[in-house]
Design a protein around this ligand. Sequence first.
Ligand SMILES: Cc1cc2nc3c(=O)[nH]c(=O)nc-3n(C[C@H](O)[C@H](O)[C@H](O)COP(=O)(O)OP(=O)(O)OC[C@H]3O[C@@H](n4cnc5c(N)ncnc54)[C@H](O)[C@@H]3O)c2cc1C
Ligand code: SF4
Length: 406
Amino acid sequence: MPLHIMSEAERCYQCKKPKCQEGCPVHTPIPEIIKLFREHNLMKAGEILFRNNPLSVICSEVCNHAKQCAGNCIRGKKDSPVHFSSIENYISEMYLDRMQVKIPELKHDKRVAVIGAGPAGLTVAVLLALEGYPVTIFEWKSKIGGLLQYGIPEFRLPKSVLERFEARLTEMGIQIRLNATIGTVLMIDNLFRDDYKAIFIGTGAEKPRSLGIKGESFGNVHFALNYLANPKAHHLGNKVAVIGVGNAAMDVARTALRNGTKEVVLYAMGKEIAASSSEVAYAKLDGAEIETGMQIQEITERGPVFKRTIYDENDKIIGTEDELIQTEADSTIIAISQVPRGKLVRTTSGLTAAENGLLIVDENYMTTREGVFAAGDVITGAKTVVHAVEGAKQAALSMINYMNNN
Ligand SMILES: Cc1cc2nc3c(=O)[nH]c(=O)nc-3n(C[C@H](O)[C@H](O)[C@H](O)COP(=O)(O)OP(=O)(O)OC[C@H]3O[C@@H](n4cnc5c(N)ncnc54)[C@H](O)[C@@H]3O)c2cc1C
Ligand code: SF4
């Protein structure tokens, strides 16, 4: 066992009111896990982590720990916080290969359909399978994971973890139909026809938002998610401009620099950087530059054209200077977030969405159609893995309640 993880665990005070746990969106019982870890009871710790958050192994890699567990740890007030994520990662990595889950007798008359195999769908599938519900996942793409597979780059999240995860799902009896889109040939009505008693929609927000300016359709302009889904298929050239400064923009910059691009400049409209401080630090370490106060006007084949931002005394944006600034870039990548693509599911099944395309759910995560539930990015807009898990946990409970009463 790596000694530094054990010494990290020894640093925990085992607080009675653990701030770390409060700061975690899924309230991982951190002191209890650390105690089990110190006692070398890794299987028990792994089981608790998995049942509380089936994506624990992923969250230990990609969560914004500095804002959540570590960011709230009491030890961080005077010296460095306990880095629980390394302990969680060690346990959950090990548990993923060794777990032997006992599934209760199947409730054959209560079949559940899960649409979308991203973090939200995977969470619901696991939690319901653990309760004995027969679960079938319908996934549009050829691999599970959603944005874990097609968004977050390999160097931050090795995709092999998703293959190992998929093997465990199969062992749990979860059926996975890949390359199966709900809303084209199969509709939600067909699922109800085929005796699914509850349906979960976790179709995410994967449609790139466009800038709505001239030049977006040029051959050397791409959207972040299209690029990240298959970076090797793109030939970006030596100099790349990235419009946007969120986490996805940082991933684009770091991926481009790892694939031969020599220079990457990320452009922000104002002074604020949306990405987490650690992602910004890594992007800079890899060689990316960030230029703030640049408002995009259009994209030419030479590169993006900006006007400089004007601020008031409180740094609020109040306009732009008149001068147009033509920058030079071999390729431009637009990384200004995503919206749901869910129209297919929505329009073919009579679900109501807000104007921005997000599915509307009630306090029980039920959509406007009875028996159809939703969580994750498709109801919140682009957020994070742990927030998708959090919503999916609530939705899974509501689905169980619903099936018990119907
Ligand atoms: C580049 C990038 C980096 C990110 N980095 C981080 C990070 O470091 N940490 C973090 O916590 N979060 C990160 N996120 C956000 C995180 O990945 C998402 O919040 C999370 O994946 C949302 O989960 P979800 O299950 O709601 O949706 P998704 O992950 O989008 O999954 C939705 C799934 O549904 C499928 N689907 C869609 N429509 C249909 C249909 N009609 N029929 C069948 N299947 C369908 C899709 O193919 C997809 O597999 C990042 C996002 C991006 C884009
Ligand atoms: S706040 Fe820090 S010291 Fe206290 S229980 Fe959590 S990890 Fe341990």
